[in-house]
Design a protein around this ligand. Structure first.
Ligand SMILES: Cc1cc2nc3c(=O)[nH]c(=O)nc-3n(C[C@H](O)[C@H](O)[C@H](O)COP(=O)(O)OP(=O)(O)OC[C@H]3O[C@@H](n4cnc5c(N)ncnc54)[C@H](O)[C@@H]3O)c2cc1C
Length: 283
């Protein structure tokens, strides 16, 4: 199938891109890697009158690692971030999650910021972003707005970005002492969207006792659910925790929907098993 007709804009700079977005408003869509948007257009599940292709906007393809954050520009491809050793060291959960995102050809073109703007609850990076407490940096002709992750996802494929806003970068906090993480999932083939995925983040005290245990889930809700699972295990030595009990508690708290890939019960079962595995791997 072919997309409905649209007007194609290819701004050469950020100000021009923001001007076009302000003019076209809700009739426009930003085009980044196109790996999610183009299938939607081709299937006519979306038919914006204007596409604003940001691929020629300079300065958006930069990964910066500061003492506080990993900052990733809107044109950084998944594969660039996956292979960026500085970013992987500064916040290892990013690389661990990106290993599960799609297939190499899609990662070569798709952008990590685009994946977050797309707000698909079956995608890994939105879940990781909420778990880490990331911040999306948006620009419009009115200036800059910083959107905390917990305010970013409104529903499936729905973010709180305004139509006139361009996400210019995503920031995630760097790893802190005592922080351990893992990302595990079940998908029909490696690189497919997960039937269920779990990102786990453990914070340990200097003596090895658990300070906090939180997990975010992929394909388990309309937006990525995050569970605080530390209450029953805080203060225990990390080697002594029975993570199967923690997994069972997580499964009880989740309320996934069934679809053609899996029933709700099977997803809940997977969430329990994968929560245990994720924390054991993090440990
Ligand atoms: C076969 C296949 C398998 C896949 N498997 C997975 C998977 O397992 N896990 C996973 O996470 N993803 C998967 N993806 C999606 C992939 O990760 C996409 O790259 C990503 O979801 C979107 O990034 P993009 O740059 O291609 O965005 P686009 O397709 O260009 O845009 C997606 C949406 O975000 C908006 N947008 C993009 N950038 C911006 C911006 N800077 N500011 C404002 N709005 C913006 C667009 O307007 C559009 O609404 C898969 C895709 C395919 C085709």
């Amino acid at each position: 199938m072919k997309p409905a007709p649209f007007t194609y804009h290819r701004p050469a700079g950020l100000d021009e891109a923001l001007d076009v977005l302000a003019q076209v408003g809700a009739d426009g869509k930003v085009l980044a890697g196109g790996q999610s948007l183009l299938p939607l257009l081709s299937m006519r599940l979306a038919s914006p009158a204007h596409l604003v292709d940001i691929n020629r906007v300079p300065g958006l393809d930069v990964v910066e690692v500061t003492p506080d954050v990993v900052r990733v520009g809107a044109l950084v491809r998944h594969s660039d971030l996956l292979h960026h050793s500085g970013a992987r060291t500064a916040q290892p959960m990013l690389g661990r999650a990106l290993e599960h995102v799609a297939h190499a050809t899609i990662r070569n073109r798709g952008t990590t910021v685009g994946s977050i703007c797309h707000a698909d609850p079956a995608a890994e990076m939105p879940a990781v972003t909420v778990l880490l407490g990331g911040t999306l940096v948006a620009r419009s002709i009115q200036g800059e707005r910083r959107i905390p992750a917990e305010e970013l996802f409104a529903g499936p494929l729905e973010s709180t970005l305004r139509p006139d806003e361009l996400a210019v970068a995503m920031e995630w906090p760097v790893v802190v002492p005592g922080e351990l993480s893992a990302v595990v999932e079940v998908s029909r083939r490696h690189g497919d969207y997960a039937v269920c995925g779990v990102a786990a983040r453990l914070l340990l005290e200097p003596d090895g006792a658990v300070r906090s245990a939180r997990a975010a889930y992929v394909s388990m809700g309309l937006t990525p659910p995050v569970l605080d699972l530390g209450e029953s295990v805080a203060g225990q030595r990390v080697q002594d925790v029975d993570w199967a009990v923690v997994g069972a508690a997580a499964a009880d708290q989740l309320d996934p929907e069934g679809d053609i890939h899996a029933s709700a019960d099977y997803r809940r079962h997977l969430a329990g098993v994968l929560t245990r595995r994720a924390f054991e791997e993090a440990r």
